[in-house]
Design a protein. Structure first.
Length: 355
C-alpha cells in the first residue's frame, strides 16, 4: 500500500498552521545571505510576525546573533492562542509566567510583542536576555493595525507565515515594499499573485528549497495534539512530534550566492545520446500543441545549446540563474489554455530562454 504523504496543502485544507521551524534551518538559511553580503542586516530592523513567543527559533536566532548581524532592532509578534482554534496546544512560556507583566486574562486572548534594541540588563552585550515584551491590544493577526504599524517600521520581514494565508501574507509584504525571507509551499509558485513577481525578478527562491539535507527535507515541530499518519513523522526523546515535509522552502527578495550559480548542462545532442532519462535518451524533445517551445521534462535535461523557447518543470526555479536564463511566461499557451502535448495537459510549466 502507498504510504500517506505530508504536504503543506494538507495544512492549507485543514487550516492547520502550527508548523514550527527548527533553529538550524533558520540559521542555515540566514547564513547564506550573510555569506553573500556580510552587511546585509547591518543597522536594520527585523520583524518576525506570526511568531511563537519566546520559544520561536526566529526569536532565539536573531536575539542571540543581534550583535553579530549588527541589527538595529528586533521585533517579534505572536498570535493569540484562542484565535488559533481549540485543537492547538497551549503552554505559557516561563518568561511570561514569571514576569510581573503576566496577565492571566490576556495570555490566551492577546498576541505579544517582543522587542530587542539595547543592552537592557547592562551585561555588556545585546542578546536574548534583553527582550522587552508586552501584550498587544488585539490577537496579533498580521493584518491588524498594530502589526501593520510594526511592519511599516521594519526593513526585513522574516518568518514562517500561516500556510493557509500565504497569498495574503506575501501581498501584505509586497504592498509595503519590504525585504523578506519567508517559508512557503512549492505550489505557492503557481499562485496568480506570486508567479508574475517571479517572472519580473521581484521575488525568487531562497537558498534552500525542496532540498534534502542529511537525507531529510525541511523539518517542522508540530503540536503534540497533531493527529496524522505519515511516512516522515517521528517523535523525539522528549515526546515532541516532528515531520519532514517535501516541497517546502524559502521565498525571498534578498540576494544570495546560489542564485547566481549557472547550471552545468549537456548539449542537445549529448542529452539525446547520454541522458539518464528514458523520456529524453534516444527520443529528443517534444513540442507543445499551443506554444512554439519544446518540453523539457527534467531540469538536468535542459540543452546548453538550444536558444529557442523551452518549457521546464516548476523545480527549475530552485536552480534558476538570472544571468543564464530569461523567464518568458508561465503555464499558458497562445490559446490561453494550459500547455499541452498531443492533447495532454502538462503540469505547471515555465517557459524560459537561454541568454
Amino acid at each position: 500500500m502507498p504510504r500517506n504523504k505530508v504536504t503543506l496543502d494538507n495544512a492549507q485544507k485543514s487550516k492547520n498552521d502550527e508548523f514550527f521551524t527548527q533553529y538550524e534551518d533558520v540559521e542555515r538559511e540566514i547564513n547564506a545571505y550573510i555569506d553573500y553580503d556580510a552587511n546585509v542586516f547591518k543597522d536594520k530592523t527585523i520583524l518576525c510576525p506570526c511568531d511563537d513567543d519566546f520559544e520561536s527559533s526566529f526569536t532565539r536566532y536573531f536575539a542571540q546573533n543581534f550583535e553579530k548581524l549588527g541589527l538595529k532592532k528586533l521585533i517579534c509578534t505572536s498570535y493569540a492562542y484562542e484565535s488559533k482554534g481549540e485543537d492547538f496546544e497551549y503552554r505559557i512560556p516561563k518568561n511570561e509566567l514569571n514576569s510581573p507583566k503576566y496577565d492571566a486574562s490576556k495570555t490566551r486572548t492577546h498576541g505579544k510583542v517582543l522587542i530587542i534594541d539595547r543592552d537592557k540588563n547592562h551585561s555588556g552585550r545585546i542578546d536574548i536576555n534583553d527582550i522587552d515584551w508586552n501584550y498587544l491590544e488585539k490577537d496579533g493577526d498580521f493584518r491588524s493595525d498594530e502589526v501593520i504599524k510594526l511592519r511599516n517600521e521594519a526593513d526585513f520581514i522574516i518568518t514562517n507565515p500561516p500556510f493557509s494565508l500565504f497569498r495574503q501574507f506575501i501581498m501584505w509584504i509586497i504592498e509595503a515594499q519590504k525585504k523578506f525571507i519567508i517559508l512557503g509551499n512549492q505550489n505557492a509558485i503557481t499562485y496568480k499573485e506570486v508567479y508574475p513577481l517571479i517572472k519580473e525578478n521581484k521575488i525568487w527562491l531562497g537558498c534552500r528549497f525542496n532540498e534534502r539535507v542529511n537525507g531529510k527535507n525541511l523539518t517542522y515541530r508540530v503540536p503534540n495534539t497533531y493527529k496524522m499518519k505519515a511516512s516522515e513523522l517521528y517523535v523525539a526523546k522528549n515526546g515532541e512530534k516532528y515531520i519532514t515535509v517535501p516541497g517546502t522552502g524559502w521565498f525571498t527578495n534578498v540576494d544570495h550566492g546560489k542564485r547566481h550559480q549557472p547550471l552545468s548542462l549537456m548539449t542537445e545532442a549529448d542529452n539525446i545520446k547520454f541522458s539518464k532519462h528514458k523520456e529524453v535518451k534516444g527520443q529528443g524533445y517534444k513540442k507543445y500543441d499551443n506554444y512554439d517551445a519544446i518540453d523539457i521534462p527534467f531540469v538536468d535535461a535542459i540543452p546548453s545549446d538550444y536558444f529557442g523557447y523551452m518549457g521546464v518543470p516548476i523545480t527549475f526555479l530552485g536552480k534558476y540563474c538570472p544571468e543564464q536564463f530569461e523567464i518568458i511566461t508561465f503555464r499558458k499557451g497562445n490559446d490561453g489554455k494550459d500547455l499541452s502535448i498531443n492533447g495532454k495537459t502538462m503540469y505547471f510549466r515555465i517557459i524560459i530562454r537561454k541568454k
